[in-house]
Design a protein around this ligand. Sequence first.
Ligand code: DGL
Length: 267
Amino acid sequence: MNDSRPIGVFDSGIGGLTVVKALRDLLANENISYLGDTARVPYGPKSPETVQRYAVELAQMLMGKNAKALIVACNTVSSVALPLLTKKFSVPVIGVIDPGARAALQATRNRHIGVIGTRATIRSGAYEKAVRAIDNRVRVSSRACPLLVPLIEEGLLDDDVTDRMIVRYLEPLLADGIDTLVLGCTHYPLLTGAITRVLSSEIMLVDSAQNCARAVEKMLDRQSLRAAPANRGELHVAFTDAADNFLNVARDALQLSFGEIELRPLP
Ligand code: DGL
């Protein structure tokens, strides 16, 4: 196997870098081309139709870079646009919902899973559908947490205000009796420390980034799309507009290194 074309990864902005980090850790020899739509972030409050249109545009831009697969590193896009992207593009398309749902099913012991995400993700019911398509005896309790993304983007990863918001958002899910919590937004892995602090150690956290990376690895093997083992995996990062302070927050928290960032305006 020696397919050195890049894996195309996209997100509404910078949060998808958590998926890139997981991909780099697992598939260090793969070239990755990341595109973040910083011109139009956030997608969480937008309608499914708008998110679908944006998703197709970003996927087209990555296909222009000869991507061998498209990784939707955004729960909001994955929850409303995956069938459309799969239909429109000939390369494999992988999102974060299905891998997260499968991991949650493996983790839960009492068959009661909690999901947190943006309003669009929770409204779509995508996690419930993915979970119940595999096992319809499992209960899913979900909650939109719209204030978590701005808190993360401000770099308040280790802060009393963020801890209090987490308690407020998670209390109803805990009272409902969940034993597993899916971090259904690509920003949220940056809050793993804070959420662990607030939750009892009995609750299992499912991180969409790591599970997505494992699904990508399996897909590359299945479809014989792996780069040569000796390939030095390059990471190329592009945004549709200037990156804000959150880029530094993410880069530091994830210890991710990449060269110069390309500004790739929307067509
Ligand atoms: N990256 C998005 C997600 O995973 C959250 C940010 C946004 O609202 O665009 O859902």
